[in-house]
Design a protein around this ligand. Structure first.
Ligand code: DC
Length: 226
């Protein structure tokens, strides 16, 4: 049986929103481990929807079919090993999730209201005792507006492109820094200008610019706020 809504609402939430490459993922995972709380990578849900859309060849202009795909996602997160594995329809898709084309498709379908509505409740179900640290674009503005602490983590597009470049290089992928920079700018624009849940800090969010900071420095700042 699910806990009543009033009990669920009392479970504390910390939200970490911001553009891709700002270091959100690393900070959120570390913070969740530090506090012993649950962790929601909401971008992974959009990426899993994007993979399902590509696999099923759902037309990207068919809002109803996209919403249905998001609502009927057959997914789970396998936490039994060292790293969390994402499973879509019984298949481990963890590596596919981080591909550039998956990110681009995720950003496109994230602008579709029916997709956002379908994923809303699924995201809220991650709110479980003793607490949740949620990473995304609209965690503080739409999904958990009553969060105890809202952080908006940002960094210049140049620095984010360089971070992404290093990550992909380490994975052995052939990448072009100028192209990555252009893609990051395009994705920022799409995420910031969409009509539903655009990427922006909540009014009560604390903004941290990680441009000149190490992960350690950002983490210490966040912990001092907690
Ligand atoms: O954080 P990420 O790069 O894994 O997210 C992939 C895409 O999903 C991103 O371009 C925008 C979208 N997204 C969103 O719209 N809302 C969220 N809460 C998380 C991600």
């Amino acid at each position: 049986m699910n806990a009543p809504e009033s009990v669920v609402a009392e479970v504390p939430v910390i939200t970490v929103d911001g553009p891709g490459g700002s270091g959100k993922g690393t900070i959120t995972t570390r913070l969740a481990n530090y506090l012993g709380w649950h962790f929601l990578d909401s971008g992974a849900l959009y990426r899993l929807t994007a993979l399902a859309v590509m696999k099923k060849h759902v037309p990207v202009d068919d809002e109803e079919a996209l919403g249905e795909t998001a609502g009927n996602l057959d997914i789970c997160f396998d936490t039994s090993g060292d790293a969390v594995r994402a499973v879509l329809e019984g298949k481990d898709v963890t590596d596919d999730l981080r591909r550039e084309d998956t990110g681009v498709m995720a950003s496109r379908i994230a602008a579709i209201p029916a997709v956002r509505t379908a994923l809303k409740e699924r995201q809220r179900r991650f709110r479980q005792a003793p607490g949740l640290v949620a990473d995304g674009r609209d965690m503080g503005t739409v999904i958990f507006p009553d969060a105890r602490l809202k952080i908006f983590l940002t960094a210049s597009a140049e620095v984010r492109a360089e971070r992404r470049y290093k990550q992909l290089k380490e994975k052995g992928e052939s990448v072009n820094l100028t192209r990555l920079f252009r893609e990051i700018k395009a994705r920022d624009k799409r995420d910031e200008s969409r009509s539903v849940a655009p990427l922006r800090p909540a009014e009560d969010a604390v903004i941290i610019d990680s441009t000149g900071l190490s992960i350690e420095e950002v983490f210490n700042k966040v912990v001092s706020l907690v």
